[in-house]
Design a protein. Structure first.
Length: 160
């Protein structure tokens, strides 16, 4: 594994509006701190961190991960995506599998940080409908997303 580099090329963070400028500044500061911590973790060879991002559909998990991890050296991390289970694999079985993956990591000293990304039902609706209108995002739209959204916003078993 290569040592983390302090001069990674990052895409600039562009807030959607003036109200988000403070968030973009705080994110830049957090990214700088994560770079510093990644150097320390790499140098010590004793610690690890697991970040778990969870959210309902259209909550921008991928975009959040891209923004938060933009300053992290990819040689020093791994990314796994747990998409929705197939119809043959129930949600509870999926969560049991994920827990089985996390437990030995926690026992060996890995710090596990879990984040729930929340969007309002109105924002989620707007984003789901935008998937229909944007040809680049049509592949992300499934009619069941609307049905699940109407299920009080949380699928059975979707929170750990």
């Amino acid at each position: 594994m290569m040592a983390p580099s302090g001069s990674l090329q990052r895409r600039p963070i562009r807030p959607a509006g003036a109200a988000n400028k403070r968030c973009a500044e705080e994110l830049e500061e957090a990214i700088e701190e994560m770079q510093r911590l990644q150097h320390m973790l790499y140098a010590q060879h004793r610690h690890a961190v697991l970040l778990v991002f969870q959210a309902m559909d259209a909550a921008e998990k991928d975009g959040t991960i891209r923004a938060v991890m933009s300053g992290i050296n990819p040689a020093g991390c791994q990314v796994y995506s747990f998409k929705e289970p197939s119809s043959e694999e129930p949600w509870q079985q999926r969560f049991t599998s994920i827990r089985a993956h996390e437990e030995p990591m926690a026992r060996s000293g890995t710090v596990i940080l879990e984040f729930w990304l929340n969007v309002s039902k109105q924002e989620q609706r707007k984003r789901l409908l935008a998937r229909i209108d944007d040809a680049r995002k049509n592949w992300k739209f499934f009619s069941k997303d609307i049905e699940e959204r109407d299920d009080q916003g949380v699928r059975a078993g979707s929170q750990r």
